[in-house]
Design a protein around this ligand. Structure first.
Ligand code: GLY
Length: 323
């Protein structure tokens, strides 16, 4: 056994002993026998989470399962804040943002992408096929085309009708839990115990042209450190970016907080700094290396999905405000 593998195996062994986790020798590597696989995602995206959970159960790795999970919502025409069918910006263009992060700390992201539905999958290709982490706009689109992704019209008839209605007033005040929700952030733990995640959104409805939120920003919309756990965000991206909420949660977990306590502290940072917090939603989900999960938000109404041991359930989140 080489030195690197010896250290890795020994470290996994000592972590497992301290956590009371049962290790089973599996040919060349140890397998962490927890109640894995686990998939969690923001909001009540039951089908997306189930797709990820079942993919994990079939042996898919955490990153690909998370991408497969978020793809369900990217392709859901009724979801007006993710993928195809997403609400457009003020000029009538649907622009999508996404990022992915794997268990080795590799990541990829795309921002302001028009004409391509599965942006989390494109973000994975940015991670794998380029020397960069993030591609934007036309560059991302040209890259997607070269990678063989299908070009599509993302503005559906119903999103266009809603946009034309909005144009009558052009009143820009996103409605809490309606027009700033539905970003899908997903965290998966596969049967190796590895954690990875994906995050995908069309962002705020009727945003300014070129606006990018937290979802494709590594550390804001999503962060994973396979030694510790992962976190993902939904809600008002401008606020989430100010505290790099997902990174913050992972660091708080590294320092001993549970996923629940870490999500609460991240929300409190925003609440303490911004007296206008009653006017927007910020919500987080998190999972640690032991498979514990948590969620917290400012306003009532947020929920997460959790798939574990073949059971996909919705968990209502506790909130800072009892409104
Ligand atoms: N959280 C999604 C966005 O603000 O774009």
């Amino acid at each position: 056994m080489d030195r690197r593998r010896f250290i890795s195996t020994t470290a996994k062994g000592s972590i497992a002993v301290s956590l009371g986790i049962h290790l089973v020798a599996c040919k060349s590597k140890s397998r962490i026998m927890k109640n894995t696989p686990i998939a969690i995602c923001t909001w009540a995206f039951s089908k997306a989470n189930e797709a990820a959970g079942k993919a994990l159960e079939s042996g898919m790795n955490a990153l690909d399962a998370a991408i497969a999970g978020v793809a369900v919502e990217e392709e859901n025409l009724k979801n007006t804040t993710v993928g195809k069918g997403g609400a457009p910006d003020r000029e009538g263009n649907v622009t999508l943002d996404a990022c992915v992060m794997d268990h080795n700390g590799n990541c990829g992201a795309v921002v302001c992408v028009e004409g391509y539905t599965n942006v989390a999958a494109i973000a994975k290709q940015v991670m794998l096929q380029t020397p960069h982490v993030m591609l934007a706009g036309e560059g991302a689109q040209e890259f997607a085309e070269k990678q063989g992704f299908k070009k599509e019209q993302l503005l559906t008839e119903s999103s266009e009708n809603a946009y034309r209605e909005w144009l009558k007033t052009e009143n820009y005040k996103p409605i809490i839990n309606i027009e700033n929700h539905d970003t899908i952030g997903m965290l998966c733990m596969d049967d190796n115990g590895d954690i990875a995640g994906a995050c995908s959104t069309s962002g705020l409805s009727y945003k300014m042209k070129g606006r990018v939120g937290d979802s494709p920003i590594i550390g804001a919309g999503l962060f994973v450190d396979n030694e510790v756990g992962g976190a993902a965000a939904t809600g008002m991206g401008e606020e989430i970016m100010k505290s790099l909420g997902s990174f913050l949660i992972v660091e708080l977990m590294r320092n001993g907080m549970s996923p629940q306590a870490a999500c609460e502290e991240a929300v409190l940072r925003t609440v303490r700094k911004n007296p206008d917090h009653k006017d927007f939603q910020v919500a987080y989900i998190a999972m640690n290396k032991q498979g514990e999960t948590g969620s917290y938000c400012i306003h009532q109404g947020f929920a997460m999905m959790e798939y574990r041991e073949g059971n996909n359930r919705q968990i209502s989140s506790t909130s800072y405000l009892n409104d």
